[in-house]
Design a protein around this ligand. Sequence first.
Ligand SMILES: NC(=O)c1ccc[n+]([C@@H]2O[C@H](COP(=O)([O-])OP(=O)(O)OC[C@H]3O[C@@H](n4cnc5c(N)ncnc54)[C@H](O)[C@@H]3O)[C@@H](O)[C@H]2O)c1
Length: 338
Amino acid sequence: MPDQLKLALVGCGAIARYHLDGIKEHAPRIDVTTLIDLDIDKAQAYAEETGGTAFASLDEALEKGDFDAVDIMLPHDLHEASATQCFAAGKHVLLEKPMSFKLSSCERILAAAKAAGTTFMVAENSQYWPEIVKAAEVIESGAIGDIITARAAFTYEFDPYWFKEDQPWRYDKSRTGGGIVIDGGSHWIRPLRIWMGEIDKVVGVIGHPLKQMEGESLTRALLQFKSGKTAVLDAMMIDTVFAPDPWWRITGTKGELTIGTGFEGALHLFDADHRDGQLLMEPRGYSQSFGPELADFAAVVLDGKTPEAGPEQSLGELRTALAIYRSAETGNWENVWD
Ligand SMILES: NC(=O)c1ccc[n+]([C@@H]2O[C@H](COP(=O)([O-])OP(=O)(O)OC[C@H]3O[C@@H](n4cnc5c(N)ncnc54)[C@H](O)[C@@H]3O)[C@@H](O)[C@H]2O)c1
């Protein structure tokens, strides 16, 4: 078994910067040998940074490149074709969320992974977000008693970093499958599932305050868990300025946990002994989730480690998003799993 994983980055856009920084900081066993982007200048820039080889297409890289695994970071409508092509070539696959935007497409990807027998993971980085992992430990310790409810608030001032191109695919619903919930919303839904278990049904509304984006940029939803408990999911990406507000608030019988305001993070406990809050974790934040994610992928491939979350786990976020979309149409509670 080799000790290094030769990796191709497929798509050298916005999120690739975070993956590459995470690899450099936390995943020394990954050797980025291959960089692929339709825009060869982007692939070339990362090739210069890593010492890898740039290609303008996955076809050409599969034919000529030297790698055992791929990290696919392409627009959602390209996930199925690229992942199944890589599985057919016998590669290990880390695929950015959502696995795809339709359940039938996810089933085909899962079948291709099974047929290949290689490693398949969906890159849901909130699984590795330091404050979220620490919050799970604190909840497990009983520090806030039994969870009563929680609120996840993806309140996010519109940031052109994620919409750089002239015609960003994220504005086009036929390429994304929806708006903010199916996209970044997954990083707010996964933590709720880690802390509170599986979601049973949802009711929600959606809106479109960010005019240039076809998918929703505003969601207010209630999530009911199989336990009967409920949580609120707020997601809004608006070209405005928001007041500070924790991105997560978990309310228990003995106190509350809050996580950060914005990408920087920090975990606080509020209870009878700490009415003004006790800092449990210095700010680490979103950017610190990618290194552990890539390191986990390398360990799964190289050591046969069990992943922190299997690819099927990501269907929970996708199904929740799709159920919120149905609820916004019907006005009813919608089941997530059937
Ligand atoms: N985990 C997170 O926090 C997070 C954040 C942002 C995006 N994402 C996910 O990452 C993926 C990519 O998003 P992004 O924001 O980096 O998008 P992006 O548009 O910035 O980057 C996509 C790149 O793919 C390239 N590309 C497009 N078609 C291609 C093709 N056929 N072959 C090769 N390259 C091609 C584009 O030139 C572009 O450089 C999506 O699945 C998105 O949901 C995850």
